[in-house]
Ligand binder design. Structure first.
Ligand SMILES: Cc1cc2nc3c(=O)[nH]c(=O)nc-3n(C[C@H](O)[C@H](O)[C@H](O)COP(=O)(O)OP(=O)(O)OC[C@H]3O[C@@H](n4cnc5c(N)ncnc54)[C@H](O)[C@@H]3O)c2cc1C
Length: 459
């Protein structure tokens, strides 16, 4: 049977910010990366929300190993305090990074990974499993299917392609597929300036940052397009979670997002509907939607923008031995640290290869996908994950264990559950209320909390 050879690469699935960072860290460790990207170019998922402005400044959006690589080729970092749009992340950072001579030949765009397994072994085969190379089945740009062998795999394929359904029981609402096929339900974070929303009534469903972005973009559009109406529906009894930490948020742009949203609701520019649990979508003449809630209420709208979050695609990993948290689909040890029902403030201990490991040796899920269904991932978290993973794959256990993570706090230190309800017991024992742990080490500028990361309130 085939055994792992030293010339087998480490396969990285996805050329988003975290996949490319993984490649940069692997190169620094003398390991050979091979990045397989489904899209036509790097940063394909970020490109889809290129019109959205990030709430974290450049300082938090750059991976240190990637910056070291770029600077060797004369790249100048953007102003650290500037807030980029998604498109700028791709054009000013990911594309130059992918074009460096070190990475250019190691990235295959238009290559979609269809499945990951071990050569000559299915998931049930244990004997000699760790010595067998990984086998990735890959669809190439011409449609042909090829197989690639790898010594290790880092799955950084994100979650963008798999939005969570509108139905509140985890399944699509009745009629959701038909309404989506009729383009009455749009893509998440649809660019409302691209046409189809002016002078119409649009319903945004969801209670996180994506919803806030869409609602605010629509209110902006209504200034130039009379008759544009914005309806915003949340499952929660109150939108406290979406309003966020305001001025207490250490990422001011993130705090302002919620504050602006609140202002728009209070001014009447946005009609807020709370406690709305979508049950059924009825298409009227192929032109409009009647959205039925479980309690009998209905909303009639022209368009619906879903902002209900994302899910990881685990189907490509069905032959890999995973150990996942049953609630959030994150690695079992990470799940309880990020489960939004118990960690509304998003606090998470620094974590690297040890926490991200699965029973499948040398296999890791990193980046947005590592958080499974939890919505609070930040790029900086992923950069630290892949630094630690690369160290582990290189056999540098001390460096893999010395996780260095420091992120700005949201200012949302309350027991607000994922359904948006405030729970007094949770408020008393909210994760942010625990004493500050001893700093682990410092990866970002001072003035921010150390040793644990407090992350976004969700996409
Ligand atoms: C609207 C929005 C705003 C955000 N704002 C911020 C912010 O301000 N700050 C912050 O830190 N984070 C933010 N995030 C969260 C997160 O950091 C980003 O989503 C980030 O892009 C995640 O990086 P990633 O590399 O893990 O995944 P992605 O950027 O999603 O990249 C995954 C890549 O894998 C590819 N791929 C998918 N499936 C396959 C396959 N089967 N085979 C091969 N390739 C595949 C995709 O095409 C994609 O290019 C935001 C997210 C969203 C959606």
């Amino acid at each position: 049977m085939t055994a792992i050879r030293t010339d087998h690469p480490v396969a990285v699935i996805g050329a988003g910010p975290v996949g490319l960072a993984a490649a940069a860290h692997l190169l620094e460790r003398g390991l050979e990366p091979l990045v397989l990207e489904a899209g036509p170019s790097v940063g394909a998922a970020v490109r889809k929300w290129g019109h959205v402005r990030l709430f974290s400044t450049w300082r938090y959006n750059l991976d240190p190993a990637s910056v070291r690589l770029l600077e060797r080729h004369g790249w100048e970092a953007p102003r650290p305090t500037a807030l980029p749009y998604g498109a700028q992340i791709v054009e000013d950072y990911l594309e130059p990074l992918a074009a460096t001579p070190e990475l250019a030949g190691r990235i295959r765009t238009g290559h979609r990974v269809l499945a990951v397994t071990r050569k000559d072994r299915d998931r049930g085969s244990s004997l000699g499993r760790d010595q067998a190379p990984f086998l990735l089945r890959v669809q190439r740009p011409d449609g042909a299917v090829a197989e690639v062998l790898a010594r290790a795999v880092i799955d950084a394929s994100g979650t963008w392609e798999h939005r969570a359904p509108l139905g509140t029981s985890g399944l699509p609402a009745l009629g959701e597929e038909d309404a989506t096929a009729a383009a009455l339900v749009t893509a998440p974070l649809a660019d409302v300036t691209a046409g189809g929303f002016g002078g119409r009534r649009t319903l945004v469903v969801g209670g996180g940052h994506s919803a806030a972005n869409s609602v605010l973009a629509l209110t902006q559009l209504s200034r130039t397009h009379p008759g544009t109406e914005v309806v915003w529906a949340v499952r929660a009894a109150a939108p406290a979670r979406a309003y966020g930490g305001g001025s207490a948020d250490e990422l001011p742009a993130r705090g302002q997002l919620g504050t602006r949203l609140q202002t728009m609701v209070e001014s009447g520019a946005v009609r807020l509907v709370t406690g709305f649990r979508t049950e059924r979508l009825e298409t009227i003449d192929g032109q409009r939607l009647r959205v039925h809630a479980a309690d009998g209420r209905t909303l009639e709208v022209d368009r619906l923008i879903p902002a209900t979050g994302f899910r990881p695609d685990l189907s490509i990993l069905s032959e890999v031995r995973l150990d996942l948290d049953p609630a959030v689909d994150a690695p079992r040890r990470l799940g309880p640290l990020i489960d939004p029902d118990f960690h509304s403030c998003g606090t998470v201990e620094p974590h690297g290869a040890a926490v991200l490991a699965h029973p499948e040796k040398d296999f890791y899920v990193a980046g947005m996908k590592s958080y499974g269904r939890a919505p609070t991932f930040l790029m900086a978290t992923g950069y630290e994950q892949v630094r630690s993973i690369a160290a582990a794959l290189a056999g540098d256990a001390p460096a893999a264990e010395a996780v260095e993570l420091e992120l700005p706090a949201t200012g949302v230190c309350s027991g607000i559950g994922s359904d948006g309800s405030a729970d007094e017991a949770a408020l008393a024992g909210a994760c942010c209320s625990t004493p500050e742990p001893t700093p682990v080490s410092i990866g970002f500028p001072t003035g921010l909390r150390h040793g644990r990361a407090t992350e976004g309130a969700g996409t």
